[in-house]
Every structure is written in C-alpha cells, then in structure tokens.
Design a protein around this ligand. Structure first.
Ligand SMILES: [Fe+2]
Length: 315
C-alpha cells in the first residue's frame, strides 16, 4: 500500500511533476476517494486542518479559472472559520447545483437497491434538498439536532490524526466545494457530495455517530504511527467501505460506497470476508480503485456491537 499511496499523494502536491491520476482510464473509479485517510505519508501536502489543496494539472477543474477562484473563496471560508461558529455560506453556481442534481439522479435509485435500511431511514430524517446543494450550516444544524454531531469546514486535506481525533468531539471536518461540473460523477478528492451524502447522512444515526466518536477516542489513545495506521484501516473498512447482510442481501453502510453509484454497483464484485476487525486493521488497500476486498458483517447489530467493542477495548 505504502508505495502506491505515496505516489498518489505526491501527485496531489504542487511539486509533483507527474500525476498518478493520468493512469486512470475509468473516471468513476476515483469518485469515492477520501484522501484524508491516506495522506499521512505526504506531510508536505497536509500540514493541519487549514491546508489548501493545490489542484493537480489533471484535475477536471485545473483549466477553469472561475472554478479555481471559487474553490479559493470556499477555502478562505474554512481558513477564517472559528470552531463552533455558524458556517458561512459557500458561493455555488447554477451549474454546480446541476451537478448535485445529476449526482442524486444516479444515487437515489442506487440507494434503494444497495443501501442498508438504517441509511435509508437517515436519508428520510434529514430531508436533504435534491435540487440544490445544501449549505453546510443547514445540514450541520439538522445532524446536530439528531445525534449531537456537527460539521465544520476545512479547506481540503487534513492529516489523518487531525481528521480522526476531531470525531471524538462530535465534529466532522468537512470540505465545502463540489466537484467540477464537467465530471458530475467523478472527483479526485472528497467533496461536498461525499461529505453530505456519505458522512452527514450516516451521522444522523445515533449509532453511527457513536461509532465515529469512539474512533476519535481510540485515536486519541494511540501514539504509535503503526497503531494509527491500523485504526485508520478499521475506519476505512467500516465507516468508509463497510457492508453488511440484510435479509440475505449485501447492503452498504460505508460512506465511500453510499456517495458513489459506481462504488455501489462494484461492491457486489468484491471479495467478501468475515467481519474480523483485527484482520481489517492489517488489510492494506488502494484508494484509487474500486475496493476488491470488503469486510461483511452478518447484520447491522453485529457490526455495531463488534466495532463498538473493538474500539472501546483498543489500547
Ligand atoms: Fe470519507
């Protein structure tokens, strides 16, 4: 894992000459990527929660000056943000609201087929608008009323420890920009689609919110780099890419799956392994591909209890 991830992280840095993304031929492959979970080895790209992502030359918005200017304005919101304050509005364009609608057109039917029941309940609880991108402030207020979790803006990549530890405080550090309108089903970075459709929706569940908090608390008790990597892998194979059985069918509860129609389709081709979190903590992964290995729980109750126990007992 380390080699490929390092290459990819380097590709995101301004100093990079060649991009790993040029090797991708299927754009849907990357629309789930959550670089926060893998960026730790490229320290120059991810200093703290206020780092700004430089667009790579292969980024779909690289040559769109208006998009880049808007991304900078949205990044500025995060840079000036004071934790706990209401999140200022992001300046989305009509084209970008169209991206949100296009994403929902692909995702709504995919959710009905592939999402676990708890996720579908959360979707109805939050009543997210589908015709426009909701502002982070309104989503955060709805989530906080349901589970106590809130969203706070970050400009781009943050180090895994910063991202994961904030969960202990009931804070999800969230990007606010949306992918470029030329590629509505593709983004090389976590964007507002992944943050809201994936994470914010699941955080409307008290059980998922508790699991996120427990991840943060476990990370706080973790000092070694290797142990942090193991916890990040557990987060990856559960909160990001978890699947479980419901009435004999495999359903998604992972945010990386639930925010990508392509991932939801592809998960049925993955090798399903028993829900062994010790094994998951040692399983390497490539974030630039559809996940070939997933850990499948026998039920949502089994997933919740075993993940909770694993995290509570983590030393
Ligand atoms: Fe994520």
């Amino acid at each position: 894992m380390a080699g490929s991830l390092y290459t990819f992280c380097k590709a995101m840095s301004p100093e990079s000459g060649e991009s790993a993304m040029t090797n991708q031929t299927e754009p849907l492959l990357l629309d789930h990527v959550d670089m926060r979970m893998v960026a730790g080895e490229a320290g120059e790209a991810t200093a703290d929660r206020n780092s700004i992502v430089q667009l790579d030359p292969d980024h779909p918005g690289f040559r769109d000056e208006e998009y880049r200017a808007r991304r900078n304005r949205i990044a500025q919101i995060a840079l000036e943000y004071e934790p706990g304050a209401p999140v200022p509005e992001a300046p989305y364009t009509p084209e970008e609201h169209g991206v949100w609608r296009a994403v929902w057109e692909a995702l709504a039917p995919a959710h009905q087929l592939h999402a676990c029941a708890e996720y579908l309940v959360c979707i109805s609880r939050l009543e997210l608008p589908r015709e426009r991108i909701p502002q982070m402030r309104e989503v955060s207020e709805r989530v906080e009323a349901l589970s106590g979790f809130r969203l706070e803006p970050v400009a781009g990549l943050v180090e895994p420890r910063v991202f994961l530890e904030s969960l202990a405080n009931g804070v999800f550090l969230s990007t606010q920009y949306i992918r470029h309108h030329s590629t509505p089903l593709y983004t090389p970075e976590p964007d507002v689609v992944h943050e809201i459709v994936g994470h914010a929706v699941t955080l409307a569940s008290e059980r998922f919110a508790q699991l996120n908090r427990l991840v943060g608390q476990a990370v706080r008790r973790t000092s070694s780099a290797e142990a942090l990597k193991r916890l990040a892998r557990v987060y990856w194979f559960t909160i990001e890419f978890g699947v479980l059985r419901e009435h004999g069918e495999v359903k998604a509860y992972g945010t990386g799956l639930l925010s990508s129609a392509g991932e939801l389709e592809a998960m049925h081709k993955a090798e399903l392994r028993p829900f062994d979190l010790e094994a998951a903590s040692r399983q390497e992964y490539d974030p630039t591909q559809y996940q070939p290995v997933l850990f499948c729980a026998d039920s949502i109750d089994a997933m919740y209890q075993r993940l909770r126990d694993f995290l509570v007992n983590w030393d």
